[in-house]
Design a protein around this ligand. Structure first.
Ligand code: NDP
Length: 485
């Protein structure tokens, strides 16, 4: 297996860059707790170098045609696919997610984004607007300039690409700061993009904690900030960006509802609940962690869920038979244990799981609480771990009202075989991303993002283009200018 220690901590102006004066950050392998690499946080000099390189690189990049830019992004996509195994191993080392997942989700979805936005790059144009007397307006779609991407730790490769690909397709440059918990993967994305022909400075990666992100967000050279993180961080970053009148995309947390009606296909509903709660050890922003189950199907649902969970293969994430790995960090595991304690103390019924496994690494098994009520902490707050809360309901109107009674609005799902109910219910649920009879799929072709406190803006799909470019209009007169005097 490859050595996870990167060549240097940062990737700036087309090359690796080190500055050992920055705070040392240990990279811990979640399956063992061992330190497997170290990086340094960016010093003010590194932050400045990255922003300078991005400002200069952006001018070179924006001067190329969209077709040329797209070709480089698509070449990078092919390279990511060719290197999928090595990238997946690194993702597993960084996050602890099992290879069974990383081989099919992380570098591959990153490559999808590079390919999709690379494909769009040549077609990003303005329009011609005819007016009276032969006058007309034309619009030009122009890049914003230097964009900052700040990532969470759960999908380090994917987030680096989901932000980078549309930004670059539009002719922007990016400075990306990964989470300090998972600093390794974004460096590989930068390396590949430059190997594919990206001009120096167009995609930079610098490490650090919140204060590095804060320094980037407030820098006047930055035109746009895209954050994937928690709601509290989102509030801070949004406010700081507003101060500088910067564009923002906020991909934040959630407490998403999944409504399972009596007539649902039980097996599909159980599969959806498993995918929407335990994939990546539950560390997924859009997870449907409030599972509302109609009373008639509740006991059958819980029985089948317990049977299926007994088949989860928990263990070494490098073993491709393993389907459930450790949590990303001891800190995150302790936070989740606190929520499990709250569930027990507030009277929820523990159906399965709940205790750290007695082995090295940060392993919390899939945990299910039943008889959860709306006021319990585990039904209100984002846990970001493998904890499912099952709540029961009588009828549709009640379930919709309770599902919407949350400040969050990232995702929502409904399981039913009644076609009209499926559409009616999903339309009534306050969520940016909805699912009928499935859960947690995020193809690059579809918009992804939240409403309410879960965020602003959309990633993926053609809509992302509007978040990384702006339209400028030009009025062209074909007649003499009429002035009153
Ligand atoms: P955090 O909000 O703690 O951190 C997100 C990123 O912001 C990190 O890189 C962090 O740096 C950085 N940061 C922290 N404070 C500041 C600041 N003041 N200014 C600028 N940057 C700052 O989130 P987590 O990393 O713990 O990720 C989990 C959260 O992310 C969950 O709430 C989850 O729902 C959400 N998420 C949302 C997704 C979506 O698409 N909607 C997808 C994935 C996750 P550092 O941590 O290094 O200090």
């Amino acid at each position: 297996m490859q050595d996870p220690q990167p060549t240097a901590s940062h990737f700036v102006n087309g090359a690796y860059l080190e500055d050992t004066a920055g705070t040392l950050i240990d990279v811990v392998y979640p399956a063992t707790g061992a330190v497997i690499a170290q990086v340094h946080a960016a010093t003010p000099a590194v932050i400045d170098a990255a922003l300078e390189a991005a400002a200069a690189g952006q001018k070179v990049w924006a001067a190329m045609t969209g077709t040329e830019r797209g070709r480089i992004l698509r070449r990078a996509a092919d390279m990511m696919r060719d290197r999928n195994r090595a990238l997946s191993e690194l993702e597993t080392l960084d996050t602890g997610k099992p290879m069974q997942e990383t081989l099919v989700v992380d570098a591959t979805s990153g490559a999808d984004a590079l390919e999709y936005f690379g494909g769009l790059a040549g077609s990003l144009t303005g329009e011609h607007i005819p007016l009276a007397g032969g006058d007309f307006v034309y619009t030009r779609r122009v890049p914003l300039g230097v964009c900052v991407g700040i990532g969470a730790w759960n999908y380090p490769t994917q987030i680096a690409c989901w932000k980078g690909a549309p930004a670059l397709a539009c002719g922007n440059a990016m400075v990306f700061k990964p989470s300090e918990t998972t600093p390794l993967c974004a460096l590989k994305v930068a390396e590949i993009l430059h190997e594919a022909g990206l001009p120096a400075g167009v995609y930079n990666v610098i490490q650090g904690m919140g204060e590095v992100g804060g320094a980037l967000v407030t820098d006047p050279r930055v035109a746009k900030v895209s954050l994937t993180g928690s709601v509290p961080t989102g509030r801070k970053v949004y406010a700081a960006a507003a101060e500088g009148m910067k564009h923002v995309t906020m991909e934040l947390g959630g407490k998403s509802p999944m409504l399972i009606f009596d007539d649902a296909d039980l097996e599909n509903a159980v599969s959806g609940a498993i995918l929407g709660n335990f994939y990546s050890s539950g560390q997924v922003c859009s997870n449907g962690t409030r599972v509302f189950v109609q009373k008639g199907i509740k006991e059958a649902f819980l029985a089948r869920l317990s049977e299926r969970l007994a088949d989860a293969k928990i263990g070494d994430p490098m073993d491709e038979d393993v389907s459930f790995g450790p949590m990303v960090s001891e800190r995150q595991m302790r936070i989740v244990e606190g929520y499990i304690d709250a569930g027990l103390n507030e009277g929820a019924r523990l159906v399965t799981g709940g205790k750290q496994l007695e082995q090295e690494g940060f392993y919390l098994p899939p945990t299910v609480f039943a008889d959860v009520t709306d006021d319990m902490t585990i039904a209100r707050e984002e846990i970001f771990g493998p904890v499912m809360a099952v709540l029961d309901f009588e009828d549709e109107a009640e379930a919709i009202a309770r599902a919407n009674d949350t400040p969050f609005g990232l995702a929502a799902g409904v399981f039913t075989q009644d076609l009209t109910r499926g559409h009616r219910v999903i339309a009534a649920l306050e969520a940016g991303t909805g699912y009928i009879n499935t859960y947690n799929l995020a193809p690059v072709e579809a918009p992804f993002g939240g409403t309410k406190a879960s965020g602003v803006g959309r990633e993926n799909s053609k809509l992302a283009i509007d978040h990384y470019s702006e339209m400028r209009s030009v009025y062209v007169a074909m007649n003499d200018v009429e002035a009153p005097y």
